[in-house]
Design a protein. Structure first.
Length: 130
C-alpha cells in the first residue's frame, strides 16, 4: 500500500470519536507533493463535529496552499465497503479542490478510486453566484 494511503490510515487513529466511535482519517496531497492529514473531531453537540476531510483541507489552506492546488485525497475508515465523504465534505472538497482524485480505503485493504465528480455530479459552486 502506498505511503499516501498509509498516511490516511495512520491519522485515523488520532480521531476524537467518543460518541460515534467512527474514526476517519484523510490525507490530502497538493501539486507540490506535500501531504496534509486530518481526522474527525467530534463534539457533544454533534453539529460542531468536523470530518477528517474538512480538517485536512482547512489545515492545508491554513499552511498557505491555495484553493484548487490539490491533486488527490484519500479517506480511510474501518467499514466493510470504502466510505465516501459526507455531503458537507463533498461541497468543501469541490470548492477547494475541484474534481480531484478520491481514494477510499478501509482497514481490510479494499481500495476504490474515483473522481470527485463521480460522487458529486451537480455541485454548487461560485459559478452560481455571478
Amino acid at each position: 500500500m502506498s505511503p499516501f494511503l498509509l498516511a490516511a490510515l495512520a491519522v485515523r487513529e488520532n480521531a476524537h470519536a467518543p460518541y460515534s466511535h467512527f474514526k476517519v482519517g484523510a490525507a490530502l496531497e497538493d501539486k507540490l507533493g506535500r501531504v496534509f492529514t486530518g481526522c474527525n473531531v467530534e463534539n457533544a453537540t454533534y453539529g460542531l463535529t468536523v470530518c477528517a476531510e474538512r480538517v485536512a483541507v482547512f489545515k492545508a489552506i491554513s499552511e498557505g496552499v491555495r484553493p484548487r492546488d490539490f491533486v488527490r485525497i484519500a479517506v480511510a475508515a474501518d467499514t466493510e465497503q470504502p466510505t465516501p465523504p459526507c455531503g458537507a465534505c463533498r461541497q468543501i472538497l469541490w470548492e477547494f479542490c475541484g474534481d480531484i482524485e478520491l481514494t477510499m480505503v478501509n482497514l481490510h485493504g479494499v481500495i476504490e478510486t474515483v473522481r470527485l465528480k463521480e460522487i458529486f455530479p451537480r455541485p454548487f459552486d461560485d459559478s452560481f453566484l455571478k
